[in-house]
Write a protein that binds this ligand. Sequence first.
Ligand SMILES: [Zn+2]
Length: 407
Amino acid sequence: MSEILVKNATEIATTVGGIKRGGALKELYLIHGGSIYIKNGLIQSIGELDDFEHLIAGNPEIIDAAGMTVTPRFIDAHTHLVFAGTREDEFSMRIGGATYREIAERGGGIKKTVKDTRLASKTELVETAGAYLEHALRNGTTTMEVKSGYGLNLETELKMLEVVEELNQIQPVELIPTFLGAHAFPEDVSRDEYIQSILDMLPSVSGKAKFCDVFCEEGYFTIDESRAILEKAKEYGLSPRIHADQLTSNGGAKLAVEVGAVSVDHLEHVTDDEIEILAQSDTTAILLPGVSFFLNYGYPPARKIIDAGCITAIATDFNPGSCMCISMQMVMSIACTQMGMTPEEVLNASTINAAYSLGLTNVGSLETGKQAEVLIMDVPNYKMIPYFFGENHVNTVIKKGSVVWTR
Ligand SMILES: [Zn+2]
């Protein structure tokens, strides 16, 4: 395993300790002119090189980070990475003023992606998702949650989860699979039949997914249906996540706390009462500002959510319909300019808190003994990352102690 010394960084910017709530989300630990010694996949030392140079026994690869900023790598805790086809025609229609219903009537929307994904072979899906992952990696994401949900039948849901399994064997971005059979209702079976069918899929998908997610929203899955699916999923060892309060305020965030969900995602229409309940819980609020940007609708009340003390993370929600963006740097910038989050908050929300929402404890910050998951960015300080937006600042990506991408 490779041994690396990242030395002389103009700035190292990381959180220390565990998850960050409330005012602590702004806390960053900065080292100027510091170095990081990496061996056996772990951070062995971090700080002033003079303090630990005597511990370096071997002949490490030296990376001179002068002029650059070193941060933990990004964790994208909400994506729909695996899908066939794209929807740029629908994008043009939307810009032209077409409504969601008109787009659906002309064969667009999620139904198009379900149709294309059912028809695609596993090999085709591995190729397209693998190509998107190359974008994610060079933009600094090395861990990503990935949902199924474009199959809406057992055969294709399993195919999607198997694509995730295969991608984990052949490329460096670590993927964490979520079963999202409850993404929409398919056209070929009745509503009741499909709810039963999701419950019947759980034993088959349980070995292939870590989480179970539900699109809890008016016109999609009701509170009672979502509860029934998530409670049953828990019996099969799948921890709940919920898409909630995206288009309307329907109590999905409350349900998330009730079922002990690890995350509740979206929250554009979350109420003050629900924010209070969330703040008392261990459920992570995952905000997806790229969706509001791309669809041009209201943003979640990030300031209220953070200031109330909710564990807050941000993610891309990469998908072909509502957010064709796989760059956490772009999402960080949108979160700052449109939701009032600070550069410190977006860094912690993309690293330590995102890690927590996925049940990952040994990553998310640069600390001695933690897995070496490091970004070297071509900017002199961390504030430049969201400030100089629309640009990829990543110079080098280190995953489990090895360089997996460099400019
Ligand atoms: Zn989503």
